[in-house]
Design a protein around this ligand. Structure first.
Ligand code: ADP
Ligand code: MG
Length: 483
């Protein structure tokens, strides 16, 4: 984006995020949902909106929604209401969506996240409400004059999280979304998969002259199904609006569709054609009651939130913020790490264990989603290294065997004769001298300046000690003897 635009204009962004709740069944009926299943197999009369059916609220969906409200510090209404939002579209069999309107179950709250420079930002929320997802239209290839509709997604519980218009850049918008996604995942209520649509984002963008207090006219962009799309679309739109204002024009309030291939937006509808949803209270459902006792019960089971975890890992184990963030973003890693720390004997082992996990296990974990070495074995290995029972070099060999599926590092090391270490007092110097006597030509080379011969001698010592010598100590000793 042309940075000069930002000298003159201040972007203002507000995000609307839809998150599918990973409940066992749909919002108003006992039909399960899974992504990617054969079309129109996860349906029943309620999902299809057939006449004569009645919706029944899914208690688990409400519990999930309350957990989110608690995590973001929102105000929960003890008595909220569902409303009908009408529009005509083939993916909406009833002709209306059951949503919440003037009495959402949650208002206020905030999402905290870190910007690229490590500063913390809080974006306040307007509201969170519960609703049901629509089906999905599948348009045939260009030229074919028909579309298909899949109702599997219809009726899946959603929360819509609406932010205040207080986000100042594309980077901040992405930071906010990533933080929100990690909260959803930590709570175990949504997998946050943008590509599969379990988390979807609409971005509202306006600009105003720097220093102005009145908000500019906004446009709303849809179809942002990756963080890159969110970022690209917002930057594109900021620049486009600046161009309009610079040319003396006015921004027209509109709903736009982002085309990732073209890197452009196209107008879906303008304000004049904006839909009138004719909201009214849902007559088929009683008010939604969320008693305080239930909220308290759910609050007790709220897990540690991502940024709190990050802060604690830095404070308790002196991890770098960078490393702590990797743990924060990979849910299964932190419990594994902390279990290994406690098995090893305490926080003093934290940094070493974190290093092993992040350098030796993270790759496999990312590829397979599995941790191939048990916390017990990793802890035992690190304890042996720290206690001088196993050199770092031999620990790598033992670790390779753990990775290959073997267990019990102490037994493995013992069986392979790798236990113990050879120190300076254990005849290391004599061994070096012996090697030098046996290789006078190499000694000559070293003394004539070919110092890379050192590697040969260190290698020989390692071979003879079966890797039990401290490589740094051997190097120092040899340098001393050779010079
Ligand atoms: P609607 O329901 O029509 O989409 P809302 O008033 O609920 O309208 O706002 C939806 C989103 O638009 C919110 O996230 C809000 O922060 C954002 N928004 C509202 N006004 C502006 C504006 N002038 N610039 C940028 N974002 C805005
Ligand atoms: Mg909107």
């Amino acid at each position: 984006m042309n940075p000069a635009v930002l000298d003159r204009y201040e972007p203002v962004i507000g995000l609307e995020v839809h998150a599918q709740l990973a409940t066992a069944t749909k919002m108003f009926t006992a039909v399960p949902y899974r992504f990617g299943v054969e079309p129109n197999t996860l349906v029943d009369p309620v999902v299809l909106g057939l006449p004569g059916v009645l919706p029944v609220v899914n208690r688990e969906a409400v519990a999930f929604a309350v957990k989110l409200a608690l995590a973001v510090g929102g105000r929960i209404r003890h008595r909220s209401r569902f409303a009908r939002k009408h529009y005509f579209y083939p993916d909406l069999p009833k002709g209306y969506q059951i949503s919440q309107y003037d009495e959402p179950y949650c208002e206020g709250g905030a999402i905290e996240f870190e910007t690229a420079d490590g500063a913390r930002r809080r974006v306040t929320l307007t509201r969170i409400h519960l609703e049901e997802d629509s089906g999905k239209n599948m348009h045939a290839d260009a030229g074919a004059n028909f579309s298909l509709v899949d109702f599997n997604r219809a009726g899946v519980p959603l929360v819509e999280i609406v932010s205040e218009p207080v986000i100042g850049s594309a980077a901040e918008a992405v930071g906010y979304l990533k933080a929100l996604r990690q909260i959803l995942r930590t709570l175990g209520i949504c997998d946050g998969n943008l590509e599969e649509g379990s988390m979807r984002c609409d971005a509202n963008v306006s600009i105003r002259p720097r220093g102005a207090s009145k908000l500019g006219t906004r446009t709303e962009m849809k179809n942002l199904n990756s963080f890159k799309a969110v970022s690209d679309a917002i930057e594109y739109e900021i620049e486009r609006q600046a161009g309009v204002l610079d040319a003396g024009g006015t921004v027209v309030q509109a709903t736009l569709l982002w085309d990732p291939a073209l890197g452009q937006t196209k107008v879906l509808r303008t304000k004049e054609e904006a839909e009138d949803y004719r909201y009214f209270p849902e007559p088929d459902l009683p008010p939604l009651e969320i008693p305080q006792a239930w909220i308290d019960e759910l609050a007790e089971r709220t897990p540690e939130l991502p940024l709190a975890l990050k802060d604690r890992l830095v404070a308790s184990y002196q991890l770098t913020p960078y490393d702590a963030e990797i743990f924060m973003n990979n849910l299964e890693l932190a419990p594994y790490f902390e279990r290994a720390v406690s098995l090893a004997g305490g926080p003093a082992f934290g940094k070493k264990l974190a290093n092993w996990i992040l350098t030796e296990l993270l790759g496999t974990f990312r590829d397979t989603g599995k941790l191939p070495v048990t916390a017990e074995d990793l802890a035992a290995l690190v304890v042996m290294v720290e206690g001088g029972e196993l050199t770092g070099r031999n620990a790598k060999d033992v670790f390779a065997r753990l990775l290959a599926g073997e267990r019990d590092p102490r037994a493995l090391a013992a069986a392979a004769g790798l236990l113990g270490s050879v120190g300076a007092d254990d005849g290391l110097e004599a061994m070096c001298r012996e090697l030098m006597d046996a290789n006078p030509a190499q000694v000559e080379k070293y003394r004539k300046g070919k110092t890379n011969v050192l590697g040969f001698f260190v290698g020989e010592v390692m071979k003879r000690t079966r890797g039990k010598a401290d490589a740094a100590a051997v190097t120092a000793l040899l340098k001393d003897l050779l010079s």
